[in-house]
Design a protein. Sequence first.
Length: 146
Amino acid sequence: MKHLLYIYVAVGMLFSCDLVPSSNGDFDGFWQMTSVDTLSNGNGEDTRESLVFWSVQKRLLEMKHLATTGNRAPHIFFRFERGSDRLVIYDPIIDNRDSSDLIVRDTSCFNIYGIDRVPDTLTIVTLTNDRMVLYTNRLKMTFRKY
């Protein structure tokens, strides 16, 4: 009887997990922004030292700035929808661990992440298991995956 109880518990635990895999493919993961190019004038900037990261899982996109000096941008969560060549981000929320999360009203805090407005549509130019290139209406952003 005791063995039967263990079997029931094991089967119950097996069915309690999320068996639906993410449909994001190569987009899922931890991305570091490595460069930003301004489309209007062609000026580019190496952003590896800025430590700007995008983390993707299921339908949640987290943008975080991990710089140890200077002003750090807030961690922001977005919901997103992805097609074969586009990424639409919306519903930004600032991660405030000391109290409740805040709905974002001032979009100026998105600038370091390459985002001008919300909702925003980005064009996916390249997406592989280790590299991603996105275009906004004014920027080209390049990422590497960890």
